[in-house]
Design a protein around this ligand. Sequence first.
Ligand code: HAX
Length: 441
Amino acid sequence: MGIIKDRFKAQADKIAAEIKDLLKEHGNKKIGEVNLSQIYQGMRGMTGLVSETSLLDAQEGIRFRGYSIPELQKKLPKAPKGTEPLPEGLFHLMLIGELPTEEDVHHITSTWQRRSHVPNHVFAAIEALPVATHPMTQFVIAIMALQTESQFSKRYAEGMNKKDYWEAVFDDTMDLIARLPRVAAYIYRRKYKKEDHIHPNGLLDWAGNFAHMLGYEDETFKELMRLYMTIHADHEGGNVSAHTTHLVGSALSDPYLSFAAGMNGLAGPLHGLANQEVIKWILEMRSALDTELPSKEQIADYVQKTLNEGKVVPGYGHAVLRKTDPRFTAQMEFGKKHLPDDPLVQTVWNIYETVPPILQSLGKIKNPWPNVDAHSGALLVHFGLVEYEFYTVLFGVSRALGVLSSLCWDRALGFPIERPKSVTTELVNLWLEGKAEIWGD
Ligand code: HAX
């Protein structure tokens, strides 16, 4: 077995034993209460999942195995002459629970390079779609086409022992993560660069090679990709893409099927698609106002117009966070360091100063602060990646690191099929009248 696989198995066995004892001793302990409003309103605040890879604090933001984003920027290995973390290192941390050495990261890079072959029928499946097809749709279809390669589904059909599920999921995870940049870059070059495809560079790291295959050789852009792929990877277990991957995986659908399902969720405008919506909204504002750098007063009026039209201000608000998203802050720091004079980036910062008080004044929004999607587009546009319909695919490639390492844990810990109870409003009414039980059976 490979080094990473061995280490993962050792950690998983340790945690599985710990969970067994924990459930034996404390399995009946109550965690909070469920209010009627929560089952009607998106299960907000209801603890109902275990996800080992990261944990979100409403005030502090995300921590990956206990480490904040600024800590990861210091502690994770970098590319030669680079200052941003390599996403391979975050993957190691999420999967094994320990910070990697330079050597560990190098090992993951070369493993992913070795496993990155994409069969021709996947490109043919993409080519069968009209070029105008949204990049997220092309991405999901390509992942589904790749499912022919699933080791989990092959081994399951051959009668795999349930003790081996984790290993087949691990193998699919490594293969799929290795292949995604090639697939995503193919979609980008097909749709926007007249099919002028670029071969992988086997000397580069995973994110650097992705930037290269997209057609961006600027070293600062490669650093941006390393940061981008790190900060978008995981946001604990309950967000739509992570939860969907976990849910579908709980039916023992293989990692390709599970991840494709998660990506369909990421493609929604209240989730990952918000990154394209943000830049679209800013570009429309600039064009409506006929200026590159709208004033804060102009921004405030435009925000009001958006709200009056019954739309959300994209990039603002969050279901769990109650402060500025540290993933927004990390991108703002990158902008201040590398491109402080860019008018689009400055507009993002002016929006940051203008929007929160307006949203707060509405009195209904629980979090008026920016999320991860409020900043990313402006940085990408600066380097020439202006095709904003592609942005959610970038998010998706990164998200694979978190949701697939979580899926490895799900199978290694033997989590069962997920099946919460639902009710009807008729039953709720009967229950309120004391004529029926809800929680009884
Ligand atoms: N602009 C306008 N109204 C907003 C808003 C925003 N940015 N954020 C929330 N609201 C509204 C809600 O639509 C809701 O209105 P109604 O009661 O009239 O339905 C009200 O404020 C209360 O919502 P909430 O409890 O504060 O927020 P939710 O937990 O329901 O939703 C969302 C969280 C992220 C979906 C929401 O804030 C939103 O739609 N934001 C804009 C889209 C966006 O940026 N999404 C990306 C989120 C991060 C992410 O997943 N990235 O991938």
